[in-house]
Design a protein around this ligand. Sequence first.
Ligand code: SF4
Length: 438
Amino acid sequence: MKTKTLKKDKINIITLGCSKNIVDSEELYSQLKANDFEVEHESEQDDANIVIINTCGFIDNAKEESINTIIRWAEAKQAGEIEKLYVTGCLSQRYKPDLEKEIPEVDQYFGTTHLPQLLKTVGADYKNELVGERLITTPSHYAYLKISEGCDRPCSFCAIPIMRGKHVSKSFEQIEAEVRGLVKNGTKELLLIAQDSTFYGLDLYGERKLAELLRRISDIEGVEWIRLHYAYPSQFPLDALEVMAERDNICKYIDIPLQHVSDNMLKTMRRGITRQRTEDLVKTIREKVPGIAIRTTLIAGHPGETQQDFEDLCEFVKNSRFDRLGIFTYSHEEGTHAGTLVDDVSAEVKEDRAAAIMEIQQTISAEVNKEKVGKIFKVLFDRKEGGYYIGRTEFDSPEVDNEVLVSAKDTYLRIGDFANVMIESAEDFDLYGKVIAQ
Ligand code: SF4
């Protein structure tokens, strides 16, 4: 008698979008593993029979990438390469009814808070005891630490509150448990992320508690680097800067998206801050945390942006000499306040303005990098590639900032280790050096 072999389900998780989506995929991954599922993240092999896509719905480009990824796997399902296809994340949260109509091959669409339902659908149970126990998909020595979900801010251009809901802080205890779990598994660097990390605690403890959170995480043994991302400029908790200055294991680094600087644009963007207060805050950050690297993000071409606004922004970028800077061209998003305004800056002008800002920044980055030649920096090595060990100083976040390259010819380094590196030469966005002590 022929025995029927029960083919075990194998799941492939695909993550699009930001670091917050990576954490959500890691929580899904951990839950499935704990339910004895065979599961992979971004698997190269095509032997999974179930695919789950965690989408991004932030701006046009990201939405397009998400839709193309869904279509690619819908075609794979029609071709019989996979059996089941599920979609979750921000795009699904925002456009579920349209997606169900447009791409019906998907077995089910889930929102950003539907992890238990998604698990149930694939035959797994949500395990509460796993909170704090997260398997990571980044290199084991660094991990994203999401300290809250959602956002209460009214920024005109942003659809995130539509997709992620109101701001909800995790408790100190939950975050500390998560950190201990990550450190136990070899994590050395924690990247604190949120939609708005400076809002931390206001909902849960009735006051901003970022400073206390930083101190608590910094007190946990084994945490070597803590990096603060997604700080919001208005009502910035200055006490957090004191903790950053006093603690060696908190990187002298802050990611603070400012988006713009002209008073006209800050008002239209509903950022709750003025040019003067923005410039004062940048000055205060540098005074309170000497040597800190500041990363910011800007938007070019928001409705109502005049040539004068743009020139103000150029002057601000020239004078502020940010260490790291990224710029987006404005994306007209329905459901946002700006989505009700006239998108009066042409795509070409948007692109030109973004390119002009990056040109200014490239010069600044080259000059800032040149000043590092001859100096020694503690570097955390992320990978080996093209004959080089590639790592970062405390002034650089993974994926978005500068890197340090050390020739692998006569050096041996373990990925995930720190080493002291003497910088020998600099390029616009990268540094080259040699190891002087490990
Ligand atoms: S702070 Fe503003 S830009 Fe950031 S997620 Fe909230 S609404 Fe969006």
